[in-house]
Design a protein around this ligand. Sequence first.
Ligand code: ADP
Ligand code: MG
Length: 255
Amino acid sequence: MEVIAVENLQKTFGTLEVIKDISFTVNKGEVLGIIGPSGSGKSTILRCITQLEQVTGGTIRICGEVLVTDIEHKEHRVSQYADKERQRLIGLKAGLVFQNFNLFPHFTVLRNITEAQVRVLHRTQKEAEEAALVLLEKMSLSSKAQAYPCELSGGQMQRVSIARALALNPEVLFFDEPTSALDPELTGEILRVIRSLADDKMTMVVVTHEMAFARDLCDRVIFMDNGVIVEQGNSQDLINNPSHERTKAFLSRFQ
Ligand code: ADP
Ligand code: MG
């Protein structure tokens, strides 16, 4: 089953064409990696799918539901979004883990995880706390429930932000360079968490500069440059034997 379908996605900022014409799908239980140089549009794709940016063209479907598509309007193609309530419901299906964690500094770890459950899913405080404690246990952070973000390491903060995203039971989880703000020794703990989610068959899209991780964990990888997909394919094939010169040049920097 297709969880994410992106067709002919376009995004411009003023006159800057950041996403030119991008199409891809993600099936249930699949892990898709997105690699490419800085500025190629990777974050913008995740931000368009998770409704932090509005697209300028193309279609996005999440679990078969159309978030946005092009329609003819007075001889022009314009983007038509689903109505607000439907957008909200579709939004609940897609979680996003940010590069810089984006935790609330003045909330405890527990409250960071319960807040959206209560506000967005209308769970009771008790239900939200129970769900949060199960996730904290899974992230080996039970002892940090009452700590504040500033008392945690970067790796711990990122695990809290993963728990916060999981608490909303998304159908698909997006990670935007989840380890790039971390010291190398903390990177491993986050990659292990993502690996365990993959073992649980969580559908995920991971933007990453960790090439060995992309090769070994992802089912498929997309290589992007300059707002287009240069190539996509099986992760082992793409990373071990890229077919395009641009992909080869990019990957050679990681050897
Ligand atoms: P990546 O994540 O691959 O590094 P981004 O998606 O963050 O790339 O950015 C792609 C391009 O879009 C860059 O040139 C960036 O400067 C530009 N860009 C991103 N967000 C905005 C914005 N809000 N306004 C203007 N330009 C933006
Ligand atoms: Mg980015």
